[in-house]
Design a protein around this ligand. Structure first.
Ligand SMILES: C[S@@+](CC[C@H](N)C(=O)[O-])C[C@H]1O[C@@H](n2cnc3c(N)ncnc32)[C@H](O)[C@@H]1O
Length: 260
């Protein structure tokens, strides 16, 4: 089921798309600023580096930067985009098996832009294990993941109506496609689940993506990580209260965790 996600990431058009992305998302900017005094001493691993959007912003700040991706086409695109350097390396590698790296190798590990969501539930847990193994205790793991609460909102047609008729029209078409591609999933099922696999609009409904409630994500991380902080991807602001977390309907959120 998830093999088809890999096939999306090796297509030439998609590789080109990621190679042209430049800007950091607001939550990434906030985290970059938060750890400002630490970057120069850090060894960083950028998992699912794609076309190197984040490389541009982090590689020159850190002591050593390693970017990996399971799509060799993405790694080739990074090697073409950035000149060779001993402190900036790109390698083919799968987050589920990072045996190419020794225990406690990295101070900061990033898996940005929901890259982890194209994996199954069990593979996701395996990634958390691997990250905690190769991360240094006291170091950081930062990733983003789709928010099931945001999807719950999208699954309700009433939320597609706006004052602008054109916007309403486009919203309703996207709503119909979302419901069509996920015909076996009802709003009630979403309401009562912690996580779901959804074919959403990204890359024309070709990806099957994992959506999770923030509280459930928090619980998943407990075993390997401490001091989990959650950021709105849109505003870049930290979500600090339980009430805010329960009602948050961003389509995805950033998690910054300390490695135990
Ligand atoms: C949404 S793209 C994001 C690319 C880049 N990080 C960015 O923010 O622009 C997700 C990337 O994760 C990679 N990816 C997905 N699963 C992976 C895995 N198990 N191991 C390594 N890379 C993976 C994909 O090939 C893809 O390049």
């Amino acid at each position: 089921m998830f093999e088809s996600n890999y096939q999306v990431y090796v297509t030439r058009r998609i590789v080109k798309h990621y190679s042209q992305l430049r800007q950091l998302q607001p939550a990434e900017q906030a985290i970059l600023k938060l750890l400002d005094s630490k970057w120069s001493r850090m060894r960083m691993l950028d998992i699912g580096v794609g076309g190197g959007r984040t490389t541009q912003h982090f590689a020159n700040l850190v002591q050593e930067y390693v970017g990996i991706d399971y799509a060799k086409e993405m790694i080739a695109a990074c090697q073409q985009r950035f000149s060779a350097s001993s402190s900036r390396v790109f390698k083919v590698g799968d987050a589920r098996d990072m045996s190419q790296f020794q225990d406690e190798s990295f101070d900061f590990i990033l898996f940005s832009f929901n890259g982890i969501d194209v994996l199954s539930h069990l593979d996701r847990l395996q990634v958390f294990q691997e990250v905690s193994r190769i991360g240094k205790p006291g170091g950081y793991f930062c990733f983003s993941s789709h928010n099931l609460q945001g999807l719950e909102r999208e699954f309700n047609w009433r939320n597609q109506i706006s004052l602008n008729p054109l916007k309403t029209y486009v919203n309703l078409i996207m709503f119909a496609l979302l419901r069509f591609f996920n015909g076996s999933i009802s709003p009630q099922q979403i309401k009562h689940s912690d996580h779901q696999i959804i074919q959403d609009e990204s890359h024309n409904f070709r990806l099957k993506q994992y959506y999770i409630r923030p509280q459930a994500q928090f619980d998943q991380l407990k075993a390997n990580f401490g001091n989990v902080r959650i950021y709105s991807w849109k505003s870049g602001l930290e979500i600090t209260t339980q009430q805010e977390l329960i009602v948050n309907a961003d389509m995805w959120l950033y998690y910054l965790c300390e490695i135990k």
